[in-house]
Design a protein around this ligand. Structure first.
Ligand SMILES: [Zn+2]
Length: 339
């Protein structure tokens, strides 16, 4: 047998291994029946518990919550999608595969029953969850607001990432965009702030240059795809007033597997706010927020409009480039700071 044949045999054996892995039920290694094979469509989040009890593997299936969706990761892993917007009702979605169950956490972190996104221009919004302040006027100042929520992952070694400019709108300059993405990473990673707080000890990041590989996020939805270990920042046509969307995949131990960031291609964002600014959002501020998700920060919920990690960003301001006290405290809880 030639070496080539051996390689082919090894490949087909490992493929067989993959089939067994992906078709075995969570926790049990039962054989696949026709019933499972027929069920390959998207799973609405309200039907996930029942689907998880069915005994069919859900790995690779899409879980949908409203228009947001994620692909169920392998056993022992979780996937989350979270974004920042102008208005609308898009909320984050986390799906965890524990090996015995696959469960979803909708619009997680802080508010029971999910959170409600309101236009940033209104000061109060009445929703089914009650009246909430979403305008900046009702929020504590950035250096007085201690609010933060954490995701369930953090980086234990350096974050290596690349930038994909294949869908970058022409009105941007490649050099400026690439530079602001790197600066935004530093803003979050080092905890740049105006509150007098010291530099954080987040593991180093390494910008590895441009890439033709796309972020593993489908803009429509958005949908977080299968886990990968490549970290890519890129552009896409995000729906519903979203400015950015971050997906991250992590082991249930909290160790990160990878993260991808998609930035909206719409005309809302700019790398330089104009003098007479109206309805323009700061690119570097948006990317700083998205890096916050990548590093393990969740949204603050409404009423924290001076913090970088609120889910809505005010226009015509660069405030999100610097962390508020709560943003800094959240990062500090995960990574500590220099003394
Ligand atoms: Zn966000």
């Amino acid at each position: 047998m030639t070496a080539r044949r051996l390689l082919a045999l090894a490949a087909s054996l490992s493929m067989a291994g993959m089939v067994v892995t992906t078709t075995s039920a969570p926790g049990t290694a039962r054989t696949v029946d026709d019933r499972c094979v027929q069920q390959r469509g998207p799973i609405p989040v309200h039907a996930l518990a029942a689907a998880s009890r069915s005994g069919c593997s859900l790995v690779g299936r899409i879980v949908v919550d409203g228009r947001v969706s994620v692909v169920v990761p392998p056993s022992g892993m979780s996937v989350s999608g979270d974004g920042i917007g102008v208005h609308g009702d898009v909320r984050g979605l986390t799906v965890a595969n524990t090996g015995t169950t696959v469960r979803a956490i909708r619009g997680a972190h802080g508010t029971a029953g999910g959170w409600y996104l309101a236009p940033i221009t209104s000061t109060t919004t009445t929703s089914t969850l009650g009246t909430m302040t979403s305008g900046r006027a009702g929020s504590p100042p950035a250096c007085k607001d201690r609010t933060f929520h954490l995701e369930h992952h953090k980086w234990r070694s350096g974050l290596r990432y690349r930038v994909n400019l294949s869908k970058m709108p022409r009105r941007y300059h490649k050099l400026v965009v690439t530079r602001q993405i790197q600066v935004a990473n530093g803003n979050m990673r080092k905890g740049r702030n105006t509150c007098g707080k010291p530099r954080l000890r987040t593991p180093a990041s390494h910008y590895l240059g441009h890439t033709s590989k796309r972020p593993n996020i489908r803009a429509a939805g958005p949908t977080c795809g299968k886990p990968n270990t490549r970290n890519v920042v890129g552009f896409g046509n995000l729906p519903g007033g979203l400015l950015g969307w971050t997906c991250f995949w992590y082991y249930n131990s909290g160790r990160i597997a990878g993260t991808d960031i998609l930035l909206d291609t719409g005309a809302n964002m700019t790398t330089h706010l104009p003098r007479n600014c109206a309805n323009k959002w700061d690119f570097e501020g948006v990317v700083t927020h998205e890096w916050g998700h990548a590093y393990g920060l969740a949204h603050t919920g409404s009423g924290h409009a001076h913090l970088t990690m609120q889910h809505l960003l005010a226009p015509c301001s660069t405030y999100a480039r610097t962390l508020g006290l709560g943003d800094w405290l959240g990062m500090n809880k995960m990574y500590g700071h220099r003394r």
